[in-house]
Design a protein around this ligand. Structure first.
Ligand SMILES: C[S@@+](CC[C@H](N)C(=O)[O-])C[C@H]1O[C@@H](n2cnc3c(N)ncnc32)[C@H](O)[C@@H]1O
Ligand code: SF4
Length: 333
């Protein structure tokens, strides 16, 4: 039975983090100074098993979720991830099961993921300029291998989206290049305002390049017109190229918060349920799943959603951005 929260929002979308580890150290997400050698990642036994993840996902599907996004950390670091895709697809064949990845391991995994029933894939790529990209991922990873991953996904028949986080002074000069490269390919680019997730990326309001500026930059070379949202709760504002070369999206979570329509829940790799990306504390589902009464999670999840009242992005300031809260690599972007 469907449930709405205290602001009348239904739950439609579950983001599932399968690991808090990553092979990149993106400066806006897992800065090396914090996520260096000393950092304590979750031990393996603390991660939810694929069976446990499937159990939680089933409850959400009963509550009205029709989209499951696998994320992390870097989800392709989790061994046999295609087995999880198979399990999730098996819950209901109308489900949209998607994956967000940095694509470092995608070239060899794309076919298996498509075979397992993945609906589509989102690849993060912040610049086509090798020097800028290597500086942003901070592990010297080359652009060419991400592009090879994108090509492998497309060849396996997966629709592709490309996520670009735009940080002032770092990659705003890459916006047009990316638009040029992916226009006309069918891959939809989504440009994201750099957000103050977690408490480690040193965010300041001025670091986010406003979506309106991004649209103006691209629109000056390739005229654009806005498109209506495809569904309630869609985070990207969509635009189409007037010359018919496809569409792009911008995600203005800083300059135009969209909490009023947020229909997303998030499951961390160790089984905590969060109802906001900017939350401080989650609800421990793993403890219940591993107890004598695992079926109690249905009631818990329903209650958590029914009591939900968060709308952090709408009340953000530089002061609130320094409050302690969970990291994006842990909760799943
Ligand atoms: C946390 S990552 C996890 C999945 C995978 N490792 C990847 O990078 O695609 C999910 C998405 O969050 C975005 N992201 C991370 N930190 C962000 C921030 N501070 N502001 C906006 N987006 C961010 C990433 O660019 C990526 O597209
Ligand atoms: S954005 Fe993705 S690839 Fe980059 S550090 Fe975060 S989890 Fe890793």
């Amino acid at each position: 039975m469907a449930t709405t929260d205290t602001l009348g929002r239904p739950v439609r979308d579950l983001r599932i983090s399968v690991t808090d580890r990553c092979n990149f150290r993106c400066v806006y997400c897992m800065p090396k100074e914090v996520f260096g050698r000393e950092y304590r990642f979750l031990p393996r036994r603390e991660l939810l098993t694929f069976e446990e993840i499937e159990r939680v996902a089933r409850t959400f599907v009963e509550l009205g979720v029709h989209k499951l996004r696998i994320t992390g950390g870097e989800p392709l670091l989790r061994r046999d991830l295609e087995r999880l895709v198979e399990r999730l697809v098996g819950i209901d064949d109308r489900l949209d099961v998607t994956l967000t990845t940095n694509a470092a391991l995608l070239e060899s995994k794309a076919a298996a993921l498509a075979e397992a029933g993945l609906s589509r894939i989102t690849v993060s790529l912040d610049s086509l300029d090798d020097e800028v990209f290597r500086a942003m991922n901070d592990v010297d990873f080359p652009v060419a291998r991400v592009l090879a991953g994108i090509d492998a996904a497309a060849a396996a028949g997966l629709p592709v989206k490309v996520n670009v986080v735009v940080k002032r002074g770092q990659n705003e000069g890459s916006i047009l290049d990316i638009a040029r490269r992916f226009r006309g390919t069918g891959h939809v680019v989504r440009l994201i305002e750099f957000m103050d997730v977690g408490a480690t990326n040193g965010w300041r309001t001025g670091d986010a390049v406003p979506a309106a500026e991004i649209v103006a930059t691209i629109g000056a070379e390739f005229p654009l017109e806005p498109l209506a949202p495809a569904y309630r709760g869609e985070v990207a504002e969509r635009y189409r190229y007037l010359d018919g070369a496809g569409e792009l999206g911008v995600i203005a979570s800083v300059t135009q918060p969209f909490c009023g329509d947020c229909t997303r829940a998030r499951l961390s790799a160790d089984g905590k349920l969060y109802t906001c990306l900017f939350a401080v504390r989650g609800h421990d589902l793993r403890a219940i799943l591993r107890s004598d009464a695992p079926n109690d999670i249905d009631e818990l999840i329903r209650g958590v959603w029914a009591r939900r009242a968060d709308r952090y992005s709408e009340i953000r300031t530089e002061q609130t951005s320094s409050l302690r809260r969970v990291e994006m690599s842990y909760i799943g972007g």
